[in-house]
Design a binder for this molecule. Structure first.
Ligand SMILES: *Cc1c(COP(=O)(O)O)cnc(C)c1O
Length: 366
């Protein structure tokens, strides 16, 4: 069996450290607040090259809290890529803002700058730049649009821990970055967790207050916030994993290179690309083929697990029926029928990638 994800194997590879870190929390009862979340915030800010980091409860909250802290006009429009997880678009909708979907590039699956430009109106305030699958967006292109139209870029880095654009880690380029530590992400907790990164001290302070009932100290609530904190147990786990994550990302890149060399020219496959001057986070290795469903079935029979990210474009979800964008001739609207994510991660080695590519070559040899 070639698993898509194997969190148990990952745990076994660092069991003593994880057990020790969790025992520390249990023995000190530091479940909320305490040393571990503060230490993780410091270490994660350094890792992502951001000045400030605020731990929150999950990646979706991270985006929503940033939007709230930005204090946008009630009729503001927020541009979001049409191919992403719903956590990219929900926060704007939850804030009562208008979600406008833009298309993604067929090469990197990140925002198509020309299409974003076409969607800008006098009400547009924010671009949610999703570094999908771990590939950084064209940040120079998006920043040029942001500068020309007075827009704010929020980076959705939920899939892009450690990814770099022109030598800068994602989450340190836009006004703020939002990270998810959902267990299956490249850096995952043992439950829900997330973080906000930013270089703006005032924004970091506001986000921290919003995430903690509108307060700084115990009972000085300056406004109504909410409860969205990174807890001690998750922070303790994340600190152990953070020490390993760069090695995991390098390993993912090596395996991705093996996939790309062994699958070049096979069938009608379109393989992922890495744009110049980028470090791909390779959270996912996503291919396209017109025979996606057939290939998926074939691989399942060979005990090779694959997943589709995402089977329905955001613009086509019932939740966004009112956007009227379901039938626009966007690449994102059409691509979902052809996308397939192959197994990738620190639980696999080059031999196993070879097994996957052999099976795929066999499928297309028919
Ligand atoms: C996982 C994910 C989110 C949401 O993160 P949660 O921690 O699950 O709330 C947002 N955007 C993208 C692109 C994601 O992959």
């Amino acid at each position: 069996m070639i698993k898509f994800l194997d969190l148990y194997a990952q745990y076994c590879s660092m069991k003593d450290e994880i057990d020790g870190a969790m025992r520390d929390i249990l023995e000190t009862s530091a479940f909320i607040g305490g040393a571990a979340p503060a230490a993780f915030e410091k270490e994660f800010a350094a890792y992502q090259q951001a000045r400030y980091c605020v731990g929150v409860a999950n990646g979706t909250d991270a985006i929503e809290i940033i939007l709230e802290a930005l204090d946008l006009p009630a009729d503001a429009e927020v541009i979001v890529p049409a191919n992403s997880f719903v956590g990219s678009s929900e926060p704007a909708g939850r804030r009562g803002l208008k979600v406008v979907f833009a298309d993604v590039c067929p090469s990197t699956y990140t925002l198509n700058v020309a299409d974003v430009a076409r969607r800008i109106t006098p009400k547009t305030r924010v671009i949610v730049a999703v570094h999908l699958y771990g590939h950084p967006c064209d940040m120079d292109g998006l920043q040029a649009l942001a500068d020309a139209h007075g827009l704010i870029i929020i980076e959705d880095c939920a899939q892009a821990h450690g990814a770099e654009y022109r030598g800068r880690r994602v989450g340190s380029i836009g006004v703020a970055g939002a990270f998810s530590f959902y267990p299956g992400k490249t850096l995952g907790a043992y439950g829900d967790a997330g973080a906000i990164t930013t270089g703006n001290e005032e924004l970091a302070r506001r986000c921290r207050m919003i995430a903690n009932h509108g307060r700084v100290a115990k009972y000085d609530h300056e406004f109504e916030g909410r409860n969205s904190r990174l807890d001690g147990m998750q922070a303790a786990v994340l600190r152990v994993k953070l020490r390993r994550v760069d090695g995991w990302i390098d390993h993912r890149n090596r395996l991705a290179a093996v996939y790309s060399s062994q699958l070049a020219g096979v069938g009608d496959l379109t393989l992922p690309v890495v744009a110049p001057a980028c470090r791909h986070g390779f959270h996912l290795y996503v291919i396209r083929t017109a025979r996606r469903d057939e290939l998926m079935k074939f691989l399942t029979k060979r005990e090779i697990q694959t997943v589709v990210h995402y089977p329905i474009a955001l613009s086509r979800l019932p939740a966004y029926e009112n956007s009227g964008q379901a039938n626009e001739p966007m690449f994102a609207n059409a691509a979902s029928a052809t996308l397939l994510s192959l197994p990738l991660g620190e639980h696999l080695d080059e031999l196993q990638i070879g097994e996957v590519t052999s099976a795929i070559r066999e499928f297309f040899a028919d």
